[in-house]
Ligand binder design. Structure first.
Ligand SMILES: [Zn+2]
Ligand SMILES: [Zn+2]
Length: 389
């Protein structure tokens, strides 16, 4: 974190208008060059690889790209120290690997009988939260089905007292090679073993508890700490609550996406809140205190005399807290809308007529009208002359 972060475009060596294809191409070239598998034990290469992966993850996602273009690194910063391991970009590197490395490494990098430890897949869940919960953070409980190692068979899938046998079809390799005669000569075709489905093992007597799968699915309640400032569509990453790994690999993560319910009054754009508030004609004219709804509750605002309808005011720091630092907040922009009174009582109407007569606010007085007793001072349209004559 002490290091100055490089600009993502600079990292990938592309310009700001680079399209998807250009981004992908740039990232693929860097990933190929710096991938840890290609540079075992090279910390510098790993750092470069991570940097490029992060840049690509952001710039390849239109929403994140837009945020980055607007706020720079600040848009995603401070993740490590944030609330409960929040993943600011909501990125799933597994997806990117699948997408990008599928063709670099010939596919199947995460699947099949690779014999080495393989990290489990990520699980996804969605949690619905209110506008205020998104603004101020909340803890939610979600229910998901998690696979756990079967204790009965120690996740071998074999009935206790028996052991899985090496698959005789593939000799434990999980793959079988078919040799075929074709027009072009002998062709070798490698396929996943149909007998063991790639595991290399055959279970004769299945474990009764997990029916040979090695896992038991349980409904689990998981607490999710949702940080203040999160926005619709962003995800919280919970480490090690995904699918179990294979061959001793770690569990995958659980990605909980938040779906923010629309608010009846407030709208949000990044850290700013927008709303409109009604003010009466008298308040607009005379000025005075009005109550305005904010996410902190009502605040009293002093309206200036002569406020026109659709006047926009800014309530500083009444917006959404920043994800990286909740003491920093956006602003709340309020559009003041002057209400034209309806359903007035006779008395109120009469008062308004008198007001009209006294103020001379009528733009085009109708001659012979009830309020015409008194000629009024009126600017413009030569009426002044008429009045004076
Ligand atoms: Zn079992
Ligand atoms: Zn087999």
């Amino acid at each position: 974190m002490a290091d100055q972060k490089r600009d993502y475009y600079e990292v990938l060596g592309v310009d700001k208008n680079a399209d998807d294809a250009a981004l992908k191409k740039a990232y693929r070239a860097l990933a190929k060059q710096y991938h840890p598998d290609m540079n075992p034990g090279d910390a510098e290469a790993e750092k470069k690889f991570k940097e490029a992966s992060e840049a690509y993850a952001v710039l390849s996602d239109p929403e994140k790209k837009q945020k980055y273009d607007q706020f720079g690194h600040a848009a995603f910063d401070g993740g490590a120290g944030g609330a409960g391991g929040f993943d600011f970009s909501g990125m799933d590197m597994g997806d990117i690997f699948g997408d990008i490395f599928g063709d670099i490494f010939g596919g199947g990098r995460r699947r099949g009988p690779s014999n080495g430890p393989v990290r489990g897949a990520s699980l996804r869940a969605v949690v619905r939260i209110s506008f205020e919960e998104a603004a101020f953070g909340v803890e939610k409980e979600i229910e998901i089905t998690l696979k756990d190692d079967c204790a009965t068979c120690h996740s071998t899938g074999a009935k206790p007292g028996t052991t899985p046998e090496t698959c005789s079809k593939c000799g434990g390799k999980g793959k079988v090679v078919y040799t075929q005669q074709s027009l072009f000569g002998m062709m070798q075709n490698v396929q996943t073993c149909p007998d063991c489905h790639g595991s290399g093992k055959m279970i004769k007597d299945k474990c009764p508890d997990c029916r040979g799968t090695g896992y038991i699915s349980n409904r689990k309640t998981i607490k999710v700490a949702i940080p203040a400032g999160i926005d619709n569509g962003q995800s919280v990453r919970i480490r090690d609550k995904g699918e179990p790994g294979t061959n001793g690999g770690p569990r995958g993560d659980l990605l909980v996406e938040v779906s923010v319910t629309r608010h009846p009054i407030f709208q949000r754009q990044d850290m700013n809140v927008f709303s409109s508030a009604p003010i009466s004609f008298a308040q607009a004219t005379l000025g005075g205190e009005v109550r305005i709804n904010t996410i902190d509750g009502d605040v009293v605002y002093e309206v200036k005399p002569g406020t026109q309808t659709d006047t926009k005011i800014r309530l500083k720091s009444k917006g959404i807290p920043s994800l990286r630092n909740k003491s920093i907040r956006g602003d709340h922009y309020v559009t003041l809308v002057v209400q034209v009174p309806t359903g007035l009582s006779g008395e109120a109407k009469e008062a308004l007529r008198q007001f009209d007569a006294v103020s001379g606010a009528t733009l085009t007085p109708v001659s012979g009208g009830k309020t015409e007793e008194k000629p009024t001072k009126r600017k413009g349209f030569g009426r002044k002359n008429k009045d004076e004559s």
